[in-house]
Ligand binder design. Structure first.
Ligand code: NAD
Length: 407
């Protein structure tokens, strides 16, 4: 297959942004666009027309796009509570699926996602762009080269002051506010957990076994709303369900631990709070530093920058020569290309349905644990034992299980 015929469902900030990036790609035809809001559908159509592209099929009902026989693949950028349903329906319609990130709402829908992919044989990728970040890929390279020794402990997080985005959710027709009103757990784990999961070989020789989660009290949104939205009466003293800081500890089958933090309703600079620690050394995002046993000055952090260059992932070497483009420092473009080139090759995607399942499941398991005072929750094995023997993915430049330096 040379050109991919793509339908994009969800035309909010993210869906529209991704569409504009994809519009520039000569080997992709955007043949359908959808949103439940007509003005967002119209904006997508106008933008494509102004760029000289053929008019797409435009609709408020995504089923109409799934019924089109010329659609090869579907990109979903809707809300956390709709991704799974639309992904399942898309696979049943015989489409390749790429879905934006976010946790699931229940384990049942995660199982249905996996079963549907098995039955239809349609691949389903979570578009976890942080897997293709420059630092994340250099770290994966270092882990594969055993620079940190045997991995013991990792940390990650989503630490992003989103008070304004969340609080104005109903004003801006944004999905996040309803989740914060009614759910308590790590609702957005994947920016950290998927890259760390790749370093830990999750679903290919290792698996998440259990987790425990605790949530702090919730104050940040109320205080921000009092100061900034004094006229929105119903939110002034609203008892938000989501704790300001949710901390989760995940235990892996091979004994490693992963500590995850969700922290989005207090004032703070952005961080994904990364840490990778093994028997030979440690990397830490907060001060952009590293310590390697026998190499770094004793007991002293070293700057990470020289190591980033030394262990630059081959994909990023290529990308820097080609020219970095798109949002989030260039990683959005690489993630989209990994998906689209999988469709062209008719191969499975580098973040596959089992990755999607296990990382989306972090959220309902975290919610259950918080509700039960931190009680450990067992992880389902979505691979039904296949994680023990699943080989690395095929050798190609977007692989997240092997470092491929071929031509
Ligand atoms: N990977 C990243 O870096 C990144 C960045 C931003 C957002 N996101 C993810 O992208 C998704 C969308 O985020 P956003 O900020 O654009 O949210 P948004 O609320 O602004 O947009 C979502 C859009 O989906 C539409 N929608 C919802 N249900 C639908 C349905 N059944 N059919 C058609 N359209 C439907 C809504 O009307 C809305 O326009 C979220 O999952 C978010 O987590 C990822």
């Amino acid at each position: 297959m040379s050109n991919v015929n793509l339908a994009i469902i969800g035309q909010g900030g993210r869906g529209f942004g991704l569409m504009r990036l994809i519009m520039e790609m000569e080997d992709v035809n955007i043949v359908g666009v959808c949103d439940v809001y007509q003005d967002r559908v119209d904006r997508a159509v106008t933008t494509l027309k102004e760029a000289g592209k053929p008019a797409p099929v435009a609709t408020q009902n995504y089923h109409e796009l799934l019924a089109l026989s010329n659609v090869d693949a579907v990109l979903i950028a809707t809300s956390w509570q709709t991704h799974m349903r639309i992904a399942i329906d898309s696979m049943k319609a015989g489409k390749y699926v790429a879905s934006e990130v976010g946790g699931a709402c229940s384990l049942d829908e995660v199982w249905e996602l996996v079963q549907t992919s098995r039955e239809t044989k349609m691949p389903c990728m979570m578009l976890e762009n942080c897997c293709y970040g420059r630092e994340e890929l250099a770290l994966l390279n270092m882990v594969k080269q055993n620079v940190f020794g045997e991995l013991i402990h990792t940390r990650c997080g989503y630490e992003h002051d989103l008070r304004e985005e969340v609080a104005k959710g109903h004003i801006n027709r944004h999905y996040r506010l309803d989740n914060y009103m009614h759910r308590n757990g790590d609702v957005y784990p994947t920016h950290g957990s998927v890259p760390m999961g790749k370093m830990l070989n999750i679903n290919r020789g290792n698996r998440f076994v259990s987790l425990t989660s605790m949530a702090s009290k919730s104050r940040g949104l109320n205080e921000w709303i009092k100061d900034n939205l004094p006229d929105v009466d119903y939110l002034q003293n609203y008892p938000f369900a989501l704790g300001d800081v949710v901390t989760t500890i995940v235990k892996c089958a091979h004994g490693e631990t992963l500590v995850m933090t969700h922290d989005t309703t207090l004032p703070r600079p952005y961080s994904r709070g990364g840490l990778v620690q093994g028997t030979k050394g440690i990397w830490m995002e907060e001060n952009y530093s590293i310590y390697l046993d026998g190499i770094s000055p004793e007991h002293k952090w070293e700057p990470f920058a020289p190591y980033l260059e030394k262990y630059e992932h081959p994909l990023w070497k290529w990308y820097q020569q080609e020219g970095i483009r798109g949002g989030h420092g260039g990683m959005d473009y690489l993630t989209l290309r990994a998906f689209l080139e999988s469709v062209q090759a008719q191969c499975d995607t580098p973040i596959d349905v089992y990755d999607f399942a296990v990382h989306a499941a972090l959220t309902p398991l975290s919610e259950q644990s918080v509700a039960l005072g931190g009680m450990p929750q067992a992880f389902p094995d979505f691979t039904n034992g296949a994680w023990l023997v699943r080989p690395a993915e095929r050798k190609w430049k977007y692989s997240l299980t092997e470092i491929w330096d071929g031509e």
